[in-house]
Design a protein around this ligand. Structure first.
Ligand code: PLP
Length: 304
């Protein structure tokens, strides 16, 4: 396909991005009745796409949506989108490739078949906007709004309903416009942010909230494996605000951020020493090795 602009896969075919519109009665739009996942590229190569697609298909099972397509087909079409769109990016850029599947357009007539809407799109990672985070660290605020409890809606599915996390961000950013929210659960334990998992390091032990209470980030899984490989004790356990205020180091993980150090928690400095701290730095280096590039350097190169 010869296209000089980004393409997407939409309901069975590849099309120029600006020729695709979502129908006004699509249930993903009117109810958030959809799931998605996002894989990032490093030098144009998707990282852990299989794990992301496994999670996507679990999210689909949770919402009982049939995408009408196997994981292998989803991967093949995703690669078509990546390979075409990466070639259009400026140098030193990378992107997310996102699969979005809604239950489809709301049916009206009795017996009308509900068909899913399947979209695969890509999006450049905002390196310039985030570059300073790798120099200065993330400022975390815990908003008063709690994370929706798992028994109401499982955080383990990655759905189009982000309002709880968005409200958390809005509240945090009302205090500090550059802060990132990490929501607490109803018992006061740390959960996650809008698009990221949190880790604390204390006395050499790396800890993160249990998988049952958060989206089990693919990056979170990689970091737990890396910690294991480096001989660092790693735990999935309840962590509260005391653990955060007394941590030696802390960081967020996400597909696009990879591992990004935290400088303050509700305004209080985390740890005493340099940023990133030694354990976080060890994990960042190990992560760069598996990603096949120095991703921190890539972010920092976008500093104004
Ligand atoms: N938590 C939430 C709510 C997310 O949306 C994400 C992003 O996907 C994460 C955590 C981090 O997961 P991952 O490392 O797979 O990007």
């Amino acid at each position: 396909m010869v296209e000089t602009q980004p393409i997407v896969f939409f309901n069975g075919e590849l099309k120029p991005e600006n020729e695709v519109g979502i129908p006004i009665r699509d249930r993903g739009f009117i109810y958030g009745d959809a799931v998605f996942d996002a894989t990032r590229t490093f030098n144009g190569r998707p990282f852990r796409m299989k794990e992301h697609l496994d999670r996507l298909y679990n999210s689909l099972l949770y919402l009982r949506i049939d995408p009408g397509m196997s994981k292998e087909e989803m991967e093949r079409w995703s690669m078509e989108v990546v390979n075409h769109n990466y070639s259009l990016l400026p140098p030193n850029q990378d992107m997310w490739v996102m699969q979005r599947i809604s239950r489809g357009v709301e049916t009206i007539e009795p017996g009308e078949e509900q068909r899913p809407t399947v979209l695969i799109e890509s999006h450049p990672i905002p390196f310039a906007k985030r570059a300073s985070l790798y120099r200065d660290g993330l400022r975390i605020i815990t908003p008063s709004i709690p994370r929706v409890p798992p028994r109401f809606m499982s955080p383990r599915a990655k759905t189009h309903n982000y309002l709880n996390l968005i409200l958390g961000d809005l509240e945090a950013q009302g205090t500090d416009p550059d802060a990132w929210a990490v929501l607490l659960d109803e018992d006061g334990n740390l959960t996650e942010g809008k698009g990221s998992n949190i880790f604390l390091v204390k006395d050499g032990v790396v800890a993160t909230p249990k998988g049952q209470f958060v989206l089990e980030g693919i990056t979170r899984g990689v970091v737990l494996d890396l910690a294991n490989g480096l001989g660092l004790p790693a735990e999935e356990r309840d962590l509260d605000q005391f653990d955060a205020y007394t941590a030696d180091e802390a960081f967020l993980t996400s597909t696009s951020l990879c591992i990004c150090p935290i400088s303050t928690f509700n305004g209080a400095a985390i740890g005493q020493g340099s940023l990133p701290g030694p354990v976080t730095q060890q994990l960042i280096s190990a992560f760069s090795d598996v990603a096949g590039m120095d991703y921190v350097e890539q972010y920092l190169s976008h500093l104004a």
